[in-house]
Design a protein around this ligand. Structure first.
Ligand code: GLU
Length: 317
């Protein structure tokens, strides 16, 4: 791993910050409009055991769709890739994340596990086998954050405005792709999206997905004992599936452009987070709640593109 130069990252943060003004807060979940659109932060965990943050990396926000990566990972453990992908596809959808047309064809499965229809199908697989507390413990271990709480106000706000996700869940039920009932699935999914994290927490999760040895990842406040009940071994097959889908579908309709410009597997959430991976070398997370027209953090995308370009991090480059 090449050396991280703090002054250079600070400079990139300053370069990316003005882009936040061009973005907008997610308003379809009213509670998310309370965020500060100027916030921008980044945290990096590298394979040489270093961890460093800049800007607003300790500001809490809701994980939103980044939880879909944890859900996929856990579903792959509890079922098998064959079982999971009999209910959800592996293709970019070419439509916004909550589109009803996220189904590739009316007789088909949802396009991928990272659009809402696909994530609901995965959430129902989880709800069929584990409690939400078990799910929370898994995400807490990934983030090295024992006190992983739900932001109740965001959870309630989303549940009160979840007509679209309800429609998707009912459509999945009609297609016999739900493993738990509609309300149970929605509740599990929405709680998962409402978990409160920081960029620092997500960088630990990213480092795990990057395949960096757990012992090298430290997130202050946690101790190894906190994660003792959760098996954190990472099956290389599951890692490959998650990173491939993040590369192709992780940023919705912005996935292709980001793959060309930054070349890093990544996953965004409408809370403003982006989780990005430099396989074998670094786990990175950004936070900036002002979003572009695809629902991705506008400052976070800019910052990651600049960082990747500056350090020659493009996976295929
Ligand atoms: N909870 C959000 C929803 O279901 C997640 C969307 C996102 O982060 O992209 O709409």
């Amino acid at each position: 791993m090449q050396e991280i130069k703090p002054a250079a990252i600070q400079q990139l943060l300053e370069e990316a910050a003005p882009y936040c003004e061009q973005g907008e807060l997610a308003s379809y979940i009213p509670e998310l409009t309370k965020a500060d659109p100027q916030h921008l932060g980044i945290y990096l965990v590298t394979s040489d055991g270093k961890a460093i943050g800049f800007g607003d990396y300790q500001v809490p926000f809701t994980i939103q769709s980044i939880s879909k990566v944890a859900s996929l990972l856990l579903a792959l453990r509890l079922y098998s890739p064959e079982e999971v992908f009999s209910r959800v596809g592996m293709e970019p959808s070419g439509t916004p994340f909550s589109e009803l047309s996220g189904f590739r064809d009316l007789a088909d499965t949802p396009a991928n596990p990272f659009i809402n229809s696909g994530a609901l199908a995965v959430a129902s697989l989880l709800a069929n086998k584990i409690s939400f507390e078990e799910y929370r413990a898994f995400v807490a271990a990934l983030c090295h954050k024992p006190q992983l709480i739900i932001t109740e106000s965001v959870y309630r706000s989303e549940m009160a405005h979840s007509e679209r996700n309800h429609s998707l869940a009912w459509e999945l039920k009609r297609m016999r792709l739900l493993s738990a009932d509609v309300e149970e699935t929605l509740d599990f999914y929405t709680k998962a999206c409402s978990l409160s994290v920081t960029a620092q927490d997500l960088a630990c999760f990213a480092a795990y997905l990057a395949g960096i040895c757990q012992a090298q990842v430290d997130n202050s406040g946690s101790s190894p004992a906190d994660q003792s009940q959760v098996d954190l071994s990472l099956d290389p097959e599951h890692q490959k599936i998650c990173l491939s889908l993040m590369f192709t579908c992780g940023l919705y309709d912005g996935s292709g452009r980001f793959a060309v410009k930054a070349g890093l597997p990544a996953k965004s959430g409408v809370g403003g987070g982006i989780l990005a991976i430099l396989p074998g070398q670094a786990g990175i997370a950004t936070f900036g709640p002002a979003l572009d027209h695809n629902g991705n953090s506008i400052g976070g995308i800019k910052l990651l593109e600049l960082l990747s370009e500056q350090n020659d991090w493009h996976c295929l480059g």
